[in-house]
Design a protein around this ligand. Structure first.
Ligand code: SF4
Length: 348
């Protein structure tokens, strides 16, 4: 669809179905639009409305806000959350008093230089308050564009972000910018919603690529889940005739630092060699128990347990401070690592 057709379809839909009675739309002054855009950054329209009205009663225009004590501004914001927004709003108002004669600048770069105003907020303020041709790529617009153009990939990546800004800019109409900006944001907020988009009532449905592909909910693309490294270990389950288990204290550094755990080896051969050094067993061959995985924040560990039963300790390890036998009731008190505790509970 050509850019003019895209914009005119959106505007026609907006005239009939868009939101026309939002308090910041009447009148649409730069200060009111700015305040609403900052409040709406992390918050739903219905929540914002009473805060917006109360804030305006207390600070009707930019100079009132600039001279207000910081406590009063924070108090008017209390309950809305993300308080850095209020602090930035206040600082920006004071900056405008000093550098812009008490007005919100109409120049895009000057606006962008104010605390708390990013590219999309600057575009929203200028297009709505002054009707100038600036794009918006907020969360709602991102959703509409990634679906309509079936833009795959992580929508928060700089490559997709760049593509979305280019598209958003190429679609801007020559006139009626305030209505167009409101229309595309409203479409994202009320029709092209994240979980249950109402495609049957959408003005873009006829040529929406995601709808044609039948995978609307795949857009916008999310960050791929980070794959974490895999590691493996073999643990030696050395059990005496009376049910005691041979434990080894781990080094202070590294996973399970300082805890008692089962002796470990990097593979089955090394495990066998360690077992020979630690115990005398009726049968030198261990029983392999089912392997299981445990996920740490930065890697996933697959644990292969090997069981030697009915064994006795070699004499040289009896006085070893880091290696000891533990009876079943002691095992509960020693604070072993959780996956090792689970393994011991499952022992035949
Ligand atoms: S047709 Fe559906 S997915 Fe496509 S833009 Fe409209 S609401 Fe969004």
């Amino acid at each position: 669809m050509s850019p003019p057709a895209f914009a005119s379809r959106l505007r026609a839909w907006h005239q009939k179905h868009g939101r026309h009675d939002l308090p910041w739309q009447h009148p649409r002054t730069p200060y009111r639009v700015w305040l609403s855009e900052i409040m709406l950054q992390q918050t739903q329209v219905q929540t914002v409305i009473p805060y917006f009205e109360n804030f305006l009663e207390r600070f009707p225009d930019l100079p009132d806000l600039a001279v207000a004590p910081a406590d009063a501004v924070m108090n008017a914001w209390a309950g809305l959350g993300y308080y850095s927004r209020a602090r930035n709003l206040h600082k920006a108002a004071q900056w405008c008093m000093i550098h812009h004669n008490g007005h919100l600048p109409e120049d895009y770069d000057a606006l962008l230089a104010l605390p708390g105003i990013g590219r999309s907020t600057a575009g929203a303020i200028l297009s709505q308050a002054h009707g100038s041709r600036h794009a918006i790529v907020d969360g709602n617009v991102k959703r509409v564009l990634t679906r309509y153009f079936a833009i795959a990939g992580d929508a928060s990546s700089s490559a997709v972000d760049k593509q979305l800004w280019q598209l958003a800019e190429s679609l801007l109409p020559e006139s009626h910018m305030a209505d167009y900006s409101q229309a595309i944001m409203d479409l994202g907020a009320t029709v092209c919603t994240s979980r249950k988009p109402q495609c049957t009532t959408c003005p873009l449905a006829a040529d929406c690529l995601a709808l044609a592909q039948g995978n609307v909910l795949d857009y916008p693309g999310r960050k791929p889940a980070k794959s974490i490294p895999e590691r493996e270990t073999h643990v030696l389950l050395l059990r005496s005739r009376s049910g005691e288990i041979l434990l080894e204290q781990r080094p202070d550094k590294g996973i399970w630092g300082g805890l008692y755990s089962l002796p470990e080896a990097s593979d089955a051969d090394q495990a066998q060699a360690r077992a020979v050094g630690l115990i005398t067993a009726k049968s030198p061959a261990p029983i392999s128990l089912p392997a299981f995985a445990h996920t740490f924040s930065h890697f996933r560990l697959t644990i292969h347990p090997l069981l030697w039963d009915a064994c006795t300790a070699k004499s040289q390890i009896r006085d070893n401070a880091s290696i000891r036998w533990a009876a079943p009731d002691e095992l509960r008190q020693l604070g072993l690592p959780a996956p090792i505790q689970k393994l011991l509970k499952r022992l035949p």
